[in-house]
Design a protein around this ligand. Structure first.
Ligand code: IVH
Length: 696
């Protein structure tokens, strides 16, 4: 990214990586119910992102994770706007916070001291909330919570939940009402379902909550039907007429209308009543047979609820007293290494199975080598672990560290457990600073990293193969048709794969023809796209352009990499001398090309392609050597086109205005950058001026 200081360029690259990682984990968590990292690790990614954005506000990306919250509705279900937003509830983590909540309610309502305040105490069920719309007593639509305003249409799926009435029983219901509650699974049902899924060779779920969520959000509602889903009603949204004076009365109405309402719910008075109810739930929790993560208290009188209202996204009249994390001790039987899809190695504690809060824990993440060293956990130790609302249990420490016959400190493996047994490398930031992450260096060759690499390979700014995205690659890889990039270009000749593809649903003759045309269209590729597509760590688009210009041709680049991989100092120095290429890039390229599997895979790919030589930077144009910033909207070309054109004429394109900027091209709507340009006294051109200048 030209025009940025090296520090900014580094931050920009990291922000891009973070945006991608967070989006991936959001998708895994919210849409596939298969989280791959712990909540703590996820929070760390978000914290890092926030930190960088605070330091470099000008680098905040349009797709920044900080501009999105929680789960955006999955694209495959139709969006449904809720009649009234679905809110969240504030948490209380100790008794004092509960007492303070009661006092706050009293203060707000200015109640005299002797006026009792009643609350309902309800289990906080750990499932997923649903909004059920009834018209004249008939269930007409159901939606997930989504982002609180808009959820996903799961009407067909909800109709398969036996406990939810299709028609309301009794009478007295408003003509239109949204009933809200939790869809959940009992623990024994969950275990049975998971065992069945495992036996059938299908994916299992991490816990009952994700089991319920995954089972309900099936595109094929018939799959939901076979799943042991249950429901508890506890709230409502839009209602065309009042139907109760208190929350307690509302719960009773729901029961009359045919909904399950938790028998554990109670009506209590004052702080003493609330604390006693909390203790009672705590005691009942281990034998409930389903997961609850706290107790929800709601001011009983609805007129008071109305006066209390809301602060931001939660009501002032409700609070959730959360249970503390549950702990247990057990034996650490071993430490396994898991390889993630990007090749990161995560140590996982193999534990003697132990129940923690109603779930039998057999594994816990140890995060990374540094964490193991910090805890000094050794195989054979008794460890203390904790399970919060978290998906993944945590090891807190060693209980019997002073026993005399303790094992050796853990040595992190130096070879990847993948079949290739490739060396493990410490990950470095582009600045050269080592991180705690260890990575398999197998890249394309590593079966664990293959798919992720392939997806990057065909992505828009890499090979951009039309008709070939993550979904298709997942299938082609699972079928064994595409294991490495070269296989994509061999597909047109792969008769067996094409025949199998024709026989599949969803792949018509036209889509196959389009796919093959898309592949052929990319056999000719620019050197910079090729270099970016290889997916070498730290080689983003900008670096790829620099490398392409620096070496000019594939042959020259490849020869240099051979020398680099064999430890040739001159080759490293040549690289290092290029604009904005530092140790991390040199090291990443070296380790990539030192790996024989990578070299072979790259060479097989090259044999399929016609890689065009890079245009050397031109010195003979009006904008050669100048740094240009485009701002505002362009009307005659896209940003990408403008950038490509400028670069082809030897200009550098920067994303922010600085003293080093030579030209600013401003279209309608240009804002702060235009202002900065004026302050710095820079030359500002309209889009037409620019086109005249470059003769376009
Ligand atoms: S009442 C404005 N009652 O907790 C309050 N929520 O943090 C609306 N939940 O999304 C919700 N048990 O999924 C309410 N007895 C209960 C609940 C409950 C579980 C969940 C629900 C909601 C979240 C709020």
């Amino acid at each position: 990214m030209s025009g940025l200081t090296p520090e900014q360029a580094e931050a920009a690259e990291e922000l891009q990586r973070l945006a991608e990682q967070i989006a991936t984990h959001d998708r895994l968590y919210y849409q596939q119910e298969a989280p791959a990292i712990s909540d703590a690790e996820y929070d760390e990614l978000r914290r890092r992102n926030a930190l960088l954005e605070a330091r470099f506000p000008q680098l905040v990306r349009e797709d920044s994770p900080s501009l999105r919250v929680g789960s955006t509705p999955a694209a495959r279900f139709a969006p449904v706007e809720h009649g009234l937003p679905m809110l969240s509830i504030d948490n209380a983590f100790d008794d004092a916070a509960l007492v303070e909540f009661e006092a706050r309610v009293r203060r707000f309502l200015r109640l005299p001291e002797d006026e009792p305040v009643a609350f309902t105490a309800e289990p906080k069920i750990d499932g997923l909330s649903a909004n059920l719309r009834y018209q004249r007593g008939r269930l007409v639509q159901a939606a997930t919570r989504g982002d609180g305003r808009t959820g996903e249409d799961i009407t067909d799926n909800i109709r398969t939940v036996g406990e939810i009435p299709q028609r309301l029983h009794g009478q007295g219901w408003p003509d239109e009402i949204e009933i809200r509650g939790e869809v959940y699974m009992r623990l024994d049902d969950f275990e049975r379902m998971n065992a069945g899924e495992a036996q059938a060779g299908r994916r299992t779920y991490a816990n009952a909550r994700s089991g319920a969520s995954g089972s309900l959000r099936q595109l094929d509602a018939e799959i939901s039907r076979g799943r042991p889903l249950r429901f508890y009603a506890y709230a409502w949204g839009r209602a065309s007429a009042p139907f109760a004076g208190t929350q307690w009365e509302a719960l009773n109405r729901f029961r009359d209308w045919g909904f399950p309402v938790s028998e554990l719910s109670d009506r209590v008075e004052g702080p003493e009543g609330m604390l006693a109810a909390y203790r009672a739930f705590e005691g009942a929790r281990p034998t409930l047979g389903f997961e609850i993560d706290g107790v929800v208290f709601k001011v009983d009188r609805l007129d008071w609820q109305g006066r209390l209202g809301f602060v931001s996204r939660s009501p002032r009249w409700a609070i959730a007293r959360k249970f503390p994390a549950q702990q247990a001790e057990t034996l650490l039987e071993g430490i396994d290494i898991q390889v993630g899809r990007t090749g990161s190695l995560t140590p996982v504690a193999r534990l003697r199975p132990v129940p923690v809060g109603g779930v039998v824990v057999k594994n816990a993440t140890l995060h990374n080598a540094d964490e193991i060293a910090r805890l000094d956990v050794r195989v054979g130790d008794t460890v203390r672990l904790q399970r919060a609302g978290d998906v993944i249990p945590q090891v807190l420490g060693v209980v019997d560290a002073d026993r005399p016959d303790r094992g050796e400190p853990y040595a992190f493996p130096s070879l990847c457990p993948c079949p290739l047994r490739t060396p493990v490398a410490k990950e470095t930031r582009p600045s050269g600073v080592e991180t705690v992450v260890r990575r398999c260096t197998g890249e394309f060759a590593c079966p664990y990293q293959r798919l992720e690499h392939l997806i990057h390979f065909v992505s828009r700014r890499a090979f951009d193969v039309e008709g070939l995205g993550a979904k298709q690659l997942e299938l082609f890889n699972a079928e064994g048709w595409v294991n490495e990039p070269a296989d994509i270009f061999a597909l047109p000749r792969n008769e067996a794969a094409l025949a199998a593809l024709r026989a599949r649903d969803g792949f018509g003759e036209t889509s196959i023809r389009n796919l093959l045309a898309g592949i052929e269209a990319r056999r000719t590729i620019s050197l910079e796209r090729m270099l970016y597509a290889l997916g070498v760590r730290h080689v983003g688009e900008t670096t790829a352009v620099t490398l392409a210009r620096g070496y000019g041709s594939w042959a020259a680049f490849r020869a240099a990499m051979d020398r680099l991989a064999t430890g040739d100092e001159a080759a490293a120095a040549e690289l290092d001398a290029m604009d904005q290429i530092g140790d991390a890039v040199v090291e990443a390229l070296r380790s990539y090309f030192a790996e024989a599997h990578n070299r072979a895979a790259v060479d097989r790919l090259v044999a399929e392609l016609d890689i065009q030589a890079a245009e050397r930077p031109r010195a003979d144009t009006a904008v050669a050597g100048k740094t240009v910033v485009f701002t505002g909207s362009l009307e005659r070309m896209t940003r990408d086109e403008a950038k490509a054109q400028a670069e082809s004429l030897g200009a550098k394109v920067a994303s922010s205005v600085s003293k080093k900027t030579d030209l600013v091209v401003a279209g309608p709507g240009a804002g702060s950058k235009l202002k900065q340009a004026a302050e710095l006294g820079l030359e500002v051109l309209s889009e037409d001026d620019w086109l005249t200048l470059v003769g376009g």
